[in-house]
Design a protein around this ligand. Structure first.
Ligand code: BV8
Ligand code: ZN
Length: 248
């Protein structure tokens, strides 16, 4: 924390703060991450449940995978880490500091905790798209009665409105995310930084002379490039937010 304090002290006026989160921030809410020892990719093969080819081959299996996550997430509550970020956004707003929260998570817990300016880079578990009429809609039925679910307008097959491997992120989300990386402070929280193009983002921030602090329970392959703060998001984010507020 001392390195972070010194970096912020020497930074001068803070005008823009960005946060980038991954599944680790929801771990203390009881939601499985992807690549930890008990992660989702231990039980399911990525190509079967998180690619368009997998969905085309077996939409039922893919919907069972997402329905199981919806059931888990429906029962989950935001943890102190989510709330700390919502409080940081509030404090930033009060001090006319621009705040962006970019998340790879699709669980909706940041919104539940009160965060407002959220960019869901990989989509949302609670939104669906019809493969036929392309209608986008909200879908909160949990558990899903008829798997795979059909469109109530044209009875076409519905898919989760998430970005699978091999699918491009939505252009506007990408543009907004790159713009958000031009900031004074970037907090990278609970992500292994193994998925692209999101894994590039902290390096864009570095190039823009941002202070990049990585909060994680263990070092990642990128930790040497950032100010690494070891700890659980739900336990240390309050202190980090407190530290940043001192310099607002
Ligand atoms: C694309 C779906 C191109 C929704 C997900 C270079 C450039 C571009 C693409 C690629 C590239 N190289 C390779 C690719 C292809 C691929 C890719 O990145 N592959 C990787 C595996 C090598 N990328 C893509 O396919 C992307 N698409 O670029 O398309 C294109 C362009 C034009 C036209 C067509 C195509 C799409 C990537 C998105 C894939 N979808 N999810 C869902 O089901 O959730 S990715 C999936 O991984 C999730 O979204 C997840 O958020 C994301 C990242 O995982 P993490 O969140 O980091 O989770 P993980 O378990 O890995 O780590 C958890 C961390 O938390 C750990 O570090 C742990 O220590 C920590 N932690 C645990 N507990 C705590 C904690 N930290 C703090 N506190 C705690 N308590
Ligand atoms: Zn339809």
């Amino acid at each position: 924390m001392k390195n972070l304090r010194n970096a912020i002290k020497n930074k001068g006026k803070i005008k823009k703060i960005t946060v980038l989160t991954g599944s680790g921030i929801s771990a203390e809410s009881g939601i499985a991450t992807f690549r930890d020892h008990d992660g989702l990719w231990e039980t399911y093969k990525v190509e079967d449940v998180a690619t368009p080819e997998g969905f085309f081959k077996n939409p039922e299996l893919v919907w069972q995978f997402y329905d199981r996550r919806r059931q888990e997430i429906k029962k989950a509550c935001p943890n102190r880490g989510h709330y700390a970020l919502a409080e940081l956004e509030e404090a930033a707003d009060l001090h006319n500091i621009t705040f962006n929260l970019c998340t790879q998570n699709i669980d909706g817990l940041h919104r539940k905790a009160g965060s407002k300016n959220i960019l869901e880079l990989h989509g949302s578990l609670w939104k669906v798209i019809c493969m036929d009429c392309k209608k986008h809609s909200l879908s909160e039925e949990t558990p899903i009665k008829d798997i795979p679910p059909k469109c109530s307008f044209c009875s076409g097959l519905l898919r989760p409105d998430v970005v699978w491997f091999g699918e491009a992120l939505h252009q506007d989300a990408l543009e907004k995310a790159y713009a958000a990386m031009e900031c004074d402070i970037l907090l990278v929280i609970g992500t292994s930084l193994l998925v692209y193009p999101v894994a590039y983002f902290p390096f864009f921030a570095l190039k823009n002379k941002a202070i990049v602090a990585e909060i994680n329970v263990k070092e990642t392959s990128c930790s040497d490039y950032f100010i690494f703060v070891k700890g659980k998001a739900g336990e240390i984010l309050d202190n980090i937010v407190q530290l940043i507020r001192e310099f607002m």
